[in-house]
Design a protein around this ligand. Structure first.
Ligand SMILES: [Fe+2]
Length: 395
């Protein structure tokens, strides 16, 4: 009997995204016919496989999903995981989140603290028990050269920061992130500009999240590069987001400018050597078997390059060289045709495979479009990424 035969067919419908002629991204699906407040174990398993297969899905119509049931679903995706958000408690996140928690507010929903309220603007007098909260939200201040404020107010914006949701220290990255749109800004499309000299731009409704597939990126590499990526690995810094808390991004939001602003390791204070993460450069999708070039370039402190298991790796410790290597690969996919901004409505929930995609928020002017309210939850995985070959143990 095949494993598929063990799980009954899904009771929900999965439709691939309909793309325009100029769109080349190869992921994405719309899921209908589910009530996430009341989902069977079989459908949890089917939904999980759907995320791994399609990488980014929109589950329609979850207006009534309670934060408690939202978190419960996340834990059911990975029952062996510790019952905590991948970035830890709100307290840990505020203390050690560095670049991630600095200049942004994140609130836990009372009674379901692992479901995080993120967004922008005034959230109402009582949002699931959070009283009179105004969320500062993400902004374009992560860019070394931020966009012109007048143009921003007119709706010209940027990709905020391309990333995966991954602590990269202590806990393993969540397999999936779930993001429910509770309230969305409204108004004319914003224009997302690369502002990197390429002249590239794309239009999008305000308040959406952008995605590209890192397995599609892997497929763009030459056979030689794939061989290299298959056998290479990276080591992330201890407290990686503290390490780079003063660093800024290039205008397209991909990678970091190397301006010597990283902390020294001594400045980071105590850390646990065993909590440092070393991950392969290629991560294998457990359902489709695809490989993804999944390297969070912001936080890599050492790069180990080799093209076969017998080769002695070349160790790269210069951040300029490390970032140049990663960016040379990743920038190939940072083009409008490879990017999808799933068009959610209020009540829809986006779920993505964090092991095969990168995503970015896109800021918008609050005054013109109004507040944004999202519920985000993920869980530090019970099993971290698996590469094509094991990483040698560190001496
Ligand atoms: Fe994220």
């Amino acid at each position: 009997m095949s494993p598929a035969a063990l799980t009954p067919e899904p009771t929900f419908q999965v439709r691939p995204v309909i793309k325009r002629k100029d769109q080349k991204f190869n992921f994405g699906a719309i899921v209908e016919g589910l009530d996430l407040n009341n989902i069977s174990d079989d459908d949890v398993k089917n939904l999980k496989d759907t995320i791994w297969t399609h990488k980014v899905i929109i589950v329609k119509g979850q207006k009534d999903l309670t934060p408690q049931k939202h978190w419960e679903l996340v834990t059911r995706f990975d029952p062996a995981a510790s019952q905590v958000h991948s970035h830890g408690s709100i307290k840990t996140f505020q203390a050690k989140g560095g670049l991630l928690s600095k200049s942004r507010d994140v609130y836990g929903i009372p009674g379901a603290e692992n479901v995080r309220l993120i967004g922008k603007g005034y959230q109402g007098d009582d949002h699931y028990g959070l009283k009179n909260v105004t969320v500062k939200g993400l902004s374009n201040n992560f860019h070394a050269d931020p966009p012109n404020e007048d143009e921003f107010q007119q709706g010209f914006t940027r990709f905020q920061r391309w990333h995966i949701d991954a602590p990269l220290y202590a806990r393993d990255p969540a397999w999936f992130t779930t993001l429910r749109a509770v309230k969305l800004p409204s108004g004319p499309d914003v224009t997302i500009r690369w502002d990197d000299g390429s002249g590239l731009s794309m239009q999008s409704p305000p308040g959406l999240t952008a995605f590209f597939s890192t397995s599609q990126l892997y497929g763009l590499l030459s056979a030689e590069e794939q061989q290299l990526v298959d056998h290479s690995w990276v080591e992330y810094a201890p407290h990686p987001y503290m390490w780079i808390e003063n660093c800024k991004a290039p205008s397209n939001g991909l990678g970091l400018k190397s301006e010597g602003k990283e902390h020294t390791i001594e400045e980071l204070g105590d850390y646990d050597e065993r909590a440092i993460k070393r991950y392969p450069c290629a991560w294998i999708n457990p359902v489709t078997g695809e490989k993804a070039f999944q390297v969070h370039g912001l936080a890599v402190r050492k790069l180990f390059l080799r093209s076969s298991v017998d080769e002695q790796p070349k160790v790269v410790e210069d951040v300029n060289e490390i970032r140049a290597f990663i960016l040379d690969i990743q920038s190939r996919i940072l083009r409008p045709e490879y990017i999808w901004l799933p068009e959610v409505g209020e009540g829809d929930i986006v779920m993505w495979d964090n092991y095969g995609t990168f995503h970015s928020a896109v800021d918008y002017p609050l005054e013109k479009y109004g507040p944004r309210t999202m519920h985000q939850a993920n869980i530090g995985a019970s099993r971290g990424p698996v590469g094509p070959v094991p990483i040698p143990s560190v001496s």
